[in-house]
Design a protein around this ligand. Structure first.
Ligand code: GDP
Ligand code: MG
Length: 715
């Protein structure tokens, strides 16, 4: 190990502010959120001070070193296997007793621990006074009061770190004292410890041996697994078994409970001495607001109303910048049209790139707003309430209250949504949640709904979009009930989670969150979508179709037959439009469309929509740009989405029912490649294959039923 490089792990309870502190320490901008389980993977970053560099690792939150869920395993394995030089235990000062439970266990590891008393501002506001000197003396670890979200106390914290590691670990003071479990239990611990140490035969194992010994007495399976196979492990496990039996006989309780009671007893004493609650404010905002928002009868309606408001606001406000962007891209298109000679290059730029990528860009404002409102809701602390508000409902569909995070995040993007399902403790709950998450309509599908609802349901656009979202929610619930009743049978686990306090959202945080999402959206627009747009343009323009003299003459005659008094301009326009359509039908896209049309015609899609639907399997953003290219081929002057709307409504094949069916199909078909790859990573190939086929069948069947019923009803 290099002398001046310290590897420091940030550990602590969920929602204690680890990521906020990590960002403050390293200048990174990782997502923080006012609910547990935001960080599911570890992240690393470095800070320099003097000639020392501090390498920080942000870990998912845990309550105990006995790991249950996947994100907890990430943290535990990191600490046990990679052995950081030091651990910063991020403690929520407003909830010290619970936070210190983890602290005591980490001290047993023999790695120096520094406590960061975070949320000092909130503790102060609540009249909680912590004597950190006293507490530090009791616990035997250095403590620093900090307020991570305002960057206060960072230097003090670094000083405390330096104190622990003046030059290198060898030279520093030994880690602080550890809790004494009482004479009898200590005797057992000592016995097991020395057996472990002698078996491993390494001098440094001493401190960790104590941790393992305590874990064994807690009946921790992972600890036993870690020892298995090592020299002398049989003797260790036998001693542990004996110890457990003795404790249970002597105390008349489960050994696990006895050990944890010892820890809590110790913490209670330490906190009683060092923490004073000066005056408890008699008016607690959080409690007062929760009395209304978490009311048994009101919670669910309030949840629905809040979501409804978010959607309305997004569309009302977003319509303005969207119109500006459309005008802007229209202007660029005009400019190119008038400055470039007619030919393949102009066609590629105007009909391919501008029509494809421009169409996608004009939805940026709506996506920004939706993410912004979602991240505000999350920051304020509403998301955890939403979990409780919907827990009962979700339970009756075989889901879990905590499934609500992945599901809500699914409205933004399935990729983080699928990742966030790791907080679920039961594997079955987790699989079901991942499988139904793609039905929560993601941001990339939104442009499709916006386009079709504005074109075909101009008076009810927002309501139709809501309806599609509602279809997604209802179907995802129905499917999870189905999955839970068939392939994933099992009892649901109860929701155990605490509600974070309401906090005023930080504008900076929300903007960063939005910026991150926006960048990835734009990156996608600049790469995948650009490539797709060019490909679609190519297959719609090639092979080049040259009309014969007779064809042109026949078209002119047809025009005159329809409108005998047509001027030359009108005739020319008529011929041009008809020829463009002809050209399209002779192109590769036309061939593909006709080839797949039989699959889609029962759903009411013509060949152009069929091609667009196919592109949706790669990424949903491409659907609109494909339609833009396919539908604009026949019209000269339109480059904005108002033009596309007109072209769509002018298509005789398209009625509102076709539009609705198409939206439903796009909602339900398998997610984009990016989402598929995380599903594969989380659940493996088998479930990925299942998911893909399941969604394909579901999307087709639902669209088929709705379309056929609609036709029967004469829509
Ligand atoms: P993690 O789950 O431990 O990574 O916690 P986060 O870093 O995501 O923070 C949880 C919430 O606490 C966020 O809403 C933060 O803005 C907020 N927060 C973090 N540190 C402080 C602090 O010192 N004071 C206050 N009032 N809020 C904080
Ligand atoms: Mg975090």
């Amino acid at each position: 190990m290099k002398k001046n490089l310290l590897r420091i792990a940030l550990a602590g309870n969920p929602n204690s502010g680890k990521t906020t502190l990590f960002n403050a320490l390293t200048g990174a901008h990782h997502q923080v959120g006012n609910y547990p389980g935001v960080t599911v993977e570890k992240r690393e970053g470095t800070r320099m001070r003097g000639d020392r560099s501090y390498h920080f690792i942000d870990l998912p939150g845990i309550y105990s070193l006995t790991a249950y869920s996947l994100d907890e395993v990430v943290t535990r394995d990191f600490i046990l296997d990679e052995k950081p030089d030091l651990i910063i235990d991020v403690l929520d000062s407003t909830n010290l007793e619970r936070n210190l439970y983890l602290c005591l266990q980490m001290q047993e590891l023999g790695i120096p621990v520094v406590g960061a008393l975070n949320m000092s501002d909130e503790a102060e506001a609540r009249g909680v006074r912590i004597d950190e000197g006293q507490l530090s003396a009791t616990l035997g670890i250095p403590l620093a009061k900090i307020t991570a979200n305002r960057g206060l106390g960072i230097d003090l914290l670094l000083d405390k770190i330096d104190e622990c590691c003046p030059e290198s670990r060898e030279g520093g003071p030994r880690p602080g004292r550890t809790l004494n479990y009482g004479a009898e239990i200590e005797e057992w611990l000592g016995k097991i410890e020395s057996l472990i140490a002698s078996g491993q035969g390494t001098a440094g194992a001493g401190a960790e041996a104590r941790f393992l010994a305590a874990k064994l007495l807690e009946k921790d399976k992972d600890a036993a697994a870690r020892l298995a196979g090592k020299a002398g492990s049989d003797a260790v496990l036998a001693a542990a078994k004996e110890g457990i039996a003795w404790i249970e006989k002597h105390y008349g309780k489960d050994a696990e409970i006895v050990i944890s009671e010892q820890r809590y007893g110790y913490i209670h004493g330490a906190v009683k001495e060092a923490v004073e609650v000066v005056q408890k404010p008699n008016f607690m905002l959080t409690e007062a607001v929760d009395r209304v928002i978490m009311n048994r009868f009101l919670a669910l309606p309030i949840f629905v109303v809040i979501l409804w408001c978010v959607f309305q606001l997004t569309f009302e406000i977003g319509a303005y910048p969207q119109a500006w962007l459309e005008t802007f891209f229209g202007f660029i298109g005009d400019l190119l049209n008038s400055h470039l000679a007619s030919g393949p290059l102009r066609s590629l730029l105007v009909d391919g790139v501008i029509a494809g990528v421009g169409g996608v860009f004009s939805f940026v404002p709506l996506i920004v707003l939706l993410f912004f409102f979602m991240s505000i809701l999350e920051d304020v602390g509403y998301m955890s309430r939403a979990a409780f508000a919907t827990d009962k409902l979700l339970h009756s569909f075989g889901l879990h209250g905590q499934s609500v995070f992945p599901l809500m995040l699914g409205f933004g993007c399935s990729v983080p949504a699928v990742l966030s399902s790791r907080t679920l403790k039961s594997t079955r709950d987790r699989i079901v949640t991942v499988l139904v998450t793609p039905m929560m309509s993601c941001g990339a599908k939104l442009p499709v709904y916006l386009l079709f609802s504005a074109a075909f349901f101009p008076d009810n656009a927002a309501n139709i979009v809501m309806l599609i979202y509602a279809c997604g929610v209802v179907l995802s619930l129905a499917c999870s009930a189905l999955l839970k009743a068939t392939v994933l049978k099992g009892d649901p686990t109860p929701l155990v989670m605490e509600l974070p306090p309401y906090r005023s959202p930080t504008l900076g945080g929300a903007l960063w969150h939005v910026w991150e999402k926006l960048c990835s959206y734009i990156k996608k627009a600049g790469t995948v979508i650009l490539a797709c747009a060019i490909l679609i343009w190519a297959i719609t323009n090639y092979p080049v179709y040259e009309p014969t003299q007779e064809e042109t003459a026949a078209l002119e005659a047809a025009c005159l037959a329809e409108t005998p008094d047509a001027t030359e301009d009108v005739i020319n326009a008529y011929v041009e439009t008809a020829l463009a359509l002809e050209k399209l039908e002779h192109s590769i896209a036309g061939d593909i469309g006709r080839f797949i049309e039989p699959v889609f015609s029962p759903l009411g899609f013509n060949w152009k929509m069929s091609v667009a639907a196919i592109t949706g399997f790669a990424a949903k953003e491409v659907v609109v740009s494909t339609l833009g290219i396919l539908y604009r081929a026949g019209t000269e002057e339109d480059e904005d989405s108002a033009g596309l709307r007109k072209a769509l409504t002018a298509d005789p094949d398209m009625r509102p029912i076709n539009a609705f069916t198409f939206m439903l199909f796009i909602l339900l078909i398998p997610p984009c490649f990016a989402a598929l790859s995380v599903i594969k990573a989380e659940l493996g190939w088998k479930w990925l294959g299942f998911e893909w086929l399941f969604l394909l069948l579901l999307g087709w069947t639902a669209a088929f039923i709705v379309f056929q019923l609609g036709i029967m009803a004469g829509l």
